[in-house]
Design a protein around this ligand. Structure first.
Ligand SMILES: [Zn+2]
Ligand SMILES: [Zn+2]
Length: 255
């Protein structure tokens, strides 16, 4: 199984990083993608990928941090991505829920990094919150379908899911799929073709039931997988196998 979106580079893992990785391996999560969200976390994602077997990295500037996006940052992301353990550019995107960076700067950072992904021929991990129409428009305009992308922690309805799927993109499902209130998300998973689903934790956030309220970690991706298996009415083994194949198709460097 692969946790395709984890923040082991968050300080909440400072004290038990080794244990968190081995707990994941113990339950069959033998691949983890550590996602960068600013320069420091992108650097540490790459360091972890070099240090730990089965850990891979993505590098990029999150919309929250878009106000700190510079030419220098773009140069360093380019350099980091030369490492073969870097499998994607991300997480990048738009976040109009928090608006921690001015929207003009969010758009500028997102677009520059999509272009970079195209130049480097690397797929994209997209973060979009209350900005779905705008995010897909920017991706479409910049031909992100050539490198491929995942809408991580998907938050749209079925109509938006259709738009995402029509572009050839993937849908990332996290812990909220296990929450009672997530009817809309369950309907999206129900209609989404099996070969377009990815499972992820976004740990330390979005902890699935039965650990909701505690810190999330990669080993809990199995609860996401189990809920997806339940919705799709197929076995856990099939879910593990199909989502692993999907991740490798979208992220060719993920071996
Ligand atoms: Zn995100
Ligand atoms: Zn994230």
């Amino acid at each position: 199984m692969i946790d395709t979106h984890a923040h082991l580079n968050d300080s909440k893992f400072d004290n038990d990083l080794d244990d968190a990785i081995s707990r994941a391996a113990d339950v069959g999560v033998d691949r983890i993608v550590v996602c960068g969200y600013d320069m420091a976390s992108s650097r540490s994602a790459v360091e972890m990928a070099l240090q730990y077997q089965g850990v891979f990295a993505s590098v990029g500037i999150h919309p929250h941090d878009a106000k700190h996006f510079t030419d220098e940052a773009l140069r360093e992301i380019t350099e980091l991505s030369e490492c073969s353990e870097v499998i994607a550019i991300g997480e990048i995107g738009l976040d109009f829920h928090y608006d921690f960076s001015p929207r003009a700067e969010q758009f500028a950072a997102f677009e520059a990094q999509i272009k970079l992904a195209g130049d480097l021929n690397l797929p994209i991990i997209v973060h979009s919150r209350e900005s779905n129409p705008e995010a897909i428009e920017v991706l479409r305009r910049n031909k992100a379908n050539i490198v491929g992308c995942v809408f991580h922690c998907f938050s749209g309805d079925e109509d938006f899911a259709r738009e995402v799927l029509d572009m050839g993109f993937y849908i990332g499902v996290d812990g909220p799929i296990t929450y009672k209130a997530s009817e809309k998300l369950r309907r999206v998973v129900e209609m989404c073709p099996m070969d377009r689903l990815l499972i992820e934790t976004d740990c330390p956030y979005l902890t699935p039931v039965p650990y909701r309220g505690k810190r999330n970690e990669p080993s809990y991706v199995r609860y996401v997988a189990e809920e997806v298996a339940h919705i799709k009415n197929i076995s856990f083994e099939e879910i593990y196998e199909i989502t692993t194949t999907n991740a490798r198709r979208l992220f060719p460097r993920l071996t």
